[in-house]
Design a protein around this ligand. Structure first.
Ligand code: SF4
Length: 209
């Protein structure tokens, strides 16, 4: 079965948030709703090495929406059957069936579903399925000036870029098997991960995820 997936090149992302703005614009999202969020991460420090001090300071940006997971827990917990997975792997929430109970929001380890107060339902990134159905890419992808985002078949993206879907501050991929491939920041593997923190926590959400 085909599984569409996002590829995020963290090493290329400049943190401009054009993806976030394009998404808000296309979907006319109100203040407080971000279907795509750009985490600003900083970490590392200075270590004494003999008489010298060596820096491992890094900073990077990670753009995340819904990951259209292979094991979507939002679909499993939805009591009304509003959340479902399409043949091509896109996970949708049907606004006609949604009760707005928020179970999907509580269950999703990525904080993707958000409450749409105006309509009383949950809503999230649906991978711009209207663009996909018309043979185009989602607007976050086409808007990115650094070409740091891409959508393609998960197996193809993994064969091109490897299978990594793990980067701070994301949870372990084993939870929901996200359809996500990440090219990490080059310093992330060598920098002490416990030193990492989200520096725009207020912007990306109260839970910082
Ligand atoms: Fe569901 Fe969250 Fe996975 Fe999206 S990221 S498919 S909302 S579990």
């Amino acid at each position: 079965m085909k599984q569409l997936a996002f590829f995020v090149d963290v090493s290329a992302c400049s943190g401009c948030k054009t993806c976030q703005m394009a998404c808000k614009d296309k979907h006319d999202l109100p203040v407080g709703q971000l279907w795509r969020r750009v985490y600003e991460v900083a970490g590392g420090g200075w270590q004494a090495r003999g008489p010298a001090w060596v820096s491992s300071v890094i900073a990077y940006h990670l753009s995340v929406g819904c990951n259209h997971c292979e094991r979507p827990i939002c679909v499993e917990v939805c009591p009304s059957g509003a959340a479902r997975k399409r043949e091509d792997g896109i996970v949708l929430i049907d606004g006609e069936r949604c009760l707005g109970c928020g179970y999907c929001r509580w269950a999703c380890p990525y904080g993707a579903p958000q409450y749409d107060e105006a309509h009383g339902v949950m809503a999230k990134c649906h991978l711009c399925y209207d663009e996909i159905d018309a043979g185009r890419q989602p607007v976050c992808v086409t808007a990115c000036p650094m070409r740091a985002l891409e959508v393609g078949d998960l197996a193809d993206l993994r064969s091109l870029h490897g299978a990594a879907a793990d980067a701070y501050p994301l949870p372990p991929p084993s939870h929901t098997e996200p359809a996500l491939v990440i090219k990490p920041h080059p310093g992330a593997a060598t920098t002490d991960r416990p030193s990492f923190s989200i520096i725009n926590r207020e912007e990306v959400g109260r839970e910082g995820r």
